[in-house]
Design a binder for this molecule. Structure first.
Ligand SMILES: Cc1ncc(COP(=O)(O)O)c(C=O)c1O
Length: 370
């Protein structure tokens, strides 16, 4: 049996006719930029998240970058980010000229450790970017409380957590502004790069609207300098087709996660992901832990059995060459360093068959009973 890490082709087959009809429509009208699909997607995504404003962007990175840019962050400012995330979260801080300041993660949920945030705050700290990693909301009660007390702006990185909720509120509604990614493998994925910014702040929304297209709303009139960060109509069309299926696909991810939990229950060497009280996890990734001295062997064994497994992420940010300038060393963020040696992402997507989930778990059991 083959169990790919992600099966986008099977998903495409489910929606093929609608996708082809939308692409054909765009081609017939040769309306490739800022057309009706962008408008429709912004409205429908805003409604899905329950946020007042939404802007479609070229990717999640540009969405985050514009959020920080519009907030006026820049040289001399510090922004707190978790040390275990995709590098885009910290890259956008540097893009504004501000400094990313890393905080270790919680060993149970892999999200930022809220008990370690305050020690990282200095008089220069202006903002915090909680990441809802792997599809699980960060502890937004604790983060919101620290942000209020220390006067920090909260920018949510919701790139992996479409439709996730914390205490009943959907992610994207906790911070001043939030960014989503629609990279193809995300829970809601386009057929190329795409993203969105959502906010409840009208003036921020207006600034980002300008930043997105060279600083102006009217063509060749530039109120400020901006960038070219808009979404292609083809990507917006894919997202319009996929959005109505997102709830069902999310429920299937949650069902797959339950099945993994059931079938792996009692495998002593495997640690299953924990869910924070009040959090609704949408399982962008299903990340287990295995003893560090056997993780690589397990990964190769699964690959030999036709099972795709990934590492998210193999090196924590403070040890990446890109951040050598900060002078961090092994031992600075011990929890994330240990997790990196143990984590393994199992296949996860709504198209996984029950029999495939069962097969993955059987092989994990077989590995540990050898
Ligand atoms: C946590 C996180 N932040 C930001 C991004 C950036 O999104 P994009 O790849 O759409 O630019 C991603 C996507 O990979 C992500 O997973």
């Amino acid at each position: 049996m083959k169990v790919p890490f992600l099966n986008l082709y099977a998903q495409y087959l489910e929606i093929k006719d609608e996708i082809h009809a939308a692409f054909d429509d765009i081609l017939q009208r040769t309306a490739f930029i800022s057309g009706k699909y962008n408008e429709r997607f912004e409205k429908e995504f805003r409604e899905a998240i329950g946020a007042p404003y939404c802007l479609a962007t070229s990717c999640g990175t540009s969405a985050l970058h514009m959020a920080l840019w519009a907030l006026g962050l820049g040289p001399g400012d510090e922004v707190i980010v978790p040390v275990n995330t995709f590098i885009a979260t910290s890259e956008v801080v540097s893009l504004t000229g501000a400094k990313p300041v890393f905080v270790d993660h919680d060993p149970e949920t892999y999200n930022i450790d809220v008990t370690k945030i305050e020690a990282a705050i200095t008089p220069r700290t202006k903002a915090i970017i909680p990441v809802h990693l792997y599809g699980q909301p960060a502890n937004m009660d604790a983060i919101g409380e620290i942000a209020r007390r220390c006067n920090l702006v909260v920018i949510e990185d919701a790139c992996q957590a479409h439709l996730a909720r914390f205490n009943g509120t959907m992610v994207g509604n906790f911070g001043r502004v939030a960014a989503f990614s629609f990279f193809p493998g995300k829970n809601l994925g386009a057929y190329g790069d795409a993203g969105a910014v959502v906010t409840n702040d009208e003036s921020l929304h207006e600034t980002i609207r300008r930043l997105r297209v060279h600083g102006g709303i009217e063509r060749y009139i530039h109120d400020i300098e901006g960038h070219c960060y808009r979404m292609s109509e083809f990507q917006a069309a894919v997202l319009c087709v996929k959005l109505p299926h997102l709830r069902r696909w999310t429920a299937r991810r949650q069902r797959v996660a339950d099945m993994y939990r059931g079938f792996l229950d009692g495998v002593e060497q495997v640690t299953l992901p924990s869910v924070l009280e009040g959090a609704e996890h949408v399982y962008h990734l299903f990340v287990i832990r295995a003893p560090s001295d056997r993780r690589e062997e397990l990964r190769s064994y699964l690959n030999e059995q036709g099972i795709g497994a990934g590492l998210h992420y193999p090196i924590p940010l403070h040890l990446q060459k890109a951040y050598a300038r900060f002078g961090h060393r092994l031992g600075d963020f011990p929890v994330a360093e240990q997790s990196c040696r143990e984590i393994l992402s199992l296949p996860m997507c709504p198209m996984l068959q029950d029999s495939q989930v069962e097969y993955v778990c059987e092989k994990i059991r077989a590995f540990f009973s050898r």
